[in-house]
Design a protein around this ligand. Structure first.
Ligand code: DGL
Length: 256
C-alpha cells in the first residue's frame, strides 16, 4: 500500500489532542481529521444519533482514502465503536480502553473518578472496561459545560476553574486518580491542575493509544501529510491553529 492513511474523527476539535499524539508517534504518516463541528456536541445525544453521525464521519474518511480509523471521541467510542467495527471493513480504534489502562497504571487506591460527557456516563462504557480490568471503585461525573469552554478557547481560565470546582464538589469518592474521559478535557489541563490537590493524578489515554497504533503501522509506507476537515466554520480557528499551526482547514459537508 503506497500511502497508508489514518482517518481520525471527533465531534469537534477535541480530537486534535489525540491527533497530536498520533502525529508525534507517526510523524511520517498521512492523517485525515474530521471535526464534526456542525453537529457538536455529541455528548448530549442518544446512542442512535451518535451511531448515525459516527458512520457518516467514518464513510467520509474512507471516501478520502482512510485505511484505518481512530475514533478520537469518548462519546462516539462509548456508543459506536462496536457498530463501526461491525459495519466497516477497515480497523477501527476507540479511546476508552486506553484511558482506562492509563488510569490503571497510575492509581494506588483503585478509586478512580471519570469525568466525561453525559452520553459517555450514561453508556457505562468506562464501568464495563474497568470491571474487566479488576476490582476498581469508579465514580462518574458528567461535565457538560467543559466542551463549550474548550471549543471557545477558555483553556486556562477563571471560569473554567470555577466550573471544574463545582463538578468536583459533587464527588463522594476518595479518589486518587482522575480520568479525563472526553478528548476536549485535556485542553483544559492547566485549569484542572490549578484546582485539584497535588497528590491527585490526572490522565487520559491518547498517548497509550497512539503508541499502540504506531506499533501496528510504523512500518507501513505512508506519506507525511495532514488534512483537516470541519463540517462547519469555527470562526478564527484559534484553537485548531494553536494545535496545528501548519495545517490547512477545509469545510466539508457529510451529506455526500
Ligand atoms: N470530544 C468528545 C468526547 O470525547 C465529545 C464532545 C461532545 O460532547 O461533542 O466525548
Amino acid at each position: 500500500m503506497a500511502n497508508f492513511k489514518i482517518g481520525v474523527f471527533d465531534s469537534g476539535l477535541g480530537g486534535l489532542t489525540v491527533l497530536k499524539e498520533l502525529v508525534t508517534e507517526l510523524p511520517e504518516h498521512h492523517f485525515i481529521y474530521l471535526g464534526d463541528t456542525a453537529r457538536l456536541p455529541y455528548g448530549t445525544k442518544s446512542r442512535v444519533t451518535v451511531q448515525k453521525y459516527a458512520i457518516q464521519a467514518a464513510k467520509f474518511l474512507i471516501s478520502k482514502g482512510a485505511n484505518a480509523l481512530v475514533i478520537a471521541c469518548n462519546t462516539a467510542s462509548a456508543m459506536a465503536l462496536d457498530h463501526l467495527q461491525n459495519q466497516l471493513s477497515i480497523p477501527v480504534f476507540g479511546v476508552i480502553d486506553a484511558s482506562a489502562e492509563a488510569a490503571k497504571n497510575l492509581t494506588k487506591s483503585k478509586k478512580i473518578l471519570v469525568l466525561a460527557t453525559e452520553s459517555t456516563v450514561r453508556s457505562e462504557a468506562y464501568l464495563q472496561v474497568f470491571s474487566k480490568l479488576g476490582n476498581y471503585e469508579i465514580e462518574q461525573i458528567p461535565c457538560p459545560l467543559l466542551v463549550p469552554l474548550a471549543e471557545e478557547g477558555f483553556w486556562d481560565h477563571e471560569i473554567t476553574k470555577k466550573i471544574i470546582e463545582i463538578y468536583l464538589e459533587k464527588s463522594r469518592l476518595d479518589f486518587d486518580t482522575i480520568v479525563l474521559g472526553c478528548t476536549h478535557y485535556p485542553l483544559l489541563l492547566q485549569s484542572f491542575l490549578k484546582v485539584i490537590k497535588k497528590e491527585i493524578r490526572i490522565t487520559e489515554g491518547s498517548q497509550l493509544l497512539a503508541k499502540k497504533i504506531a506499533e501496528q503501522y510504523q512500518n507501513i509506507p505512508s506519506e507525511k501529510k495532514l488534512d483537516i476537515f470541519l463540517t462547519d466554520n469555527i470562526g478564527d480557528k484559534k484553537m485548531a491553529s494553536e494545535l496545528f499551526s501548519e495545517a490547512t482547514f477545509e469545510i466539508t459537508d457529510l451529506s455526500f
